[in-house]
Design a protein around this ligand. Structure first.
Ligand code: ZN
Length: 88
C-alpha cells in the first residue's frame, strides 16, 4: 500500500486539540448533519478557549503555540455549515 500523504501527527494532534478545546468552550459547534464546524461568534466562549490554551496547553506545546492554534482554527471556520440550506 502506497502512502502518498505526508504524516504530521504532532500538528494533527494540536489541531485536533484546538478544535476540541473550542468545542468544550462552546466557541464552535459541529453541524449534526454534515459534520462541518461552525463558528458561534461568542466572544466569551472564545476567551474561555484561549484561557484553556494558556493555562493547560497540550503536552509538549507552549501556551503561545496552543493559543496561536486556537486563533488559526477560528480563522479557518465559517459561521455557517456550507451544506445546510441557508434561509435569508
Ligand atoms: Zn450542515
Amino acid at each position: 500500500m502506497l502512502m502518498t500523504k505526508e504524516r504530521r501527527p504532532a500538528i494533527r494532534t494540536l489541531r485536533g486539540w484546538a478544535i476540541s478545546a473550542l468545542q468544550e468552550a462552546g466557541a464552535i459547534r459541529e453541524c449534526e448533519e454534515h459534520g462541518w464546524m461552525q463558528d458561534r461568534a461568542d466572544p466569551q466562549a472564545r476567551e474561555r478557549a484561549f484561557d484553556v490554551a494558556r493555562r493547560d496547553p497540550p503536552p509538549g506545546v507552549s501556551p503561545e503555540d496552543a493559543a496561536a492554534e486556537i486563533e488559526d482554527v477560528l480563522g479557518s471556520i465559517g459561521d455557517a455549515c456550507p451544506e445546510c440550506p441557508q434561509e435569508r
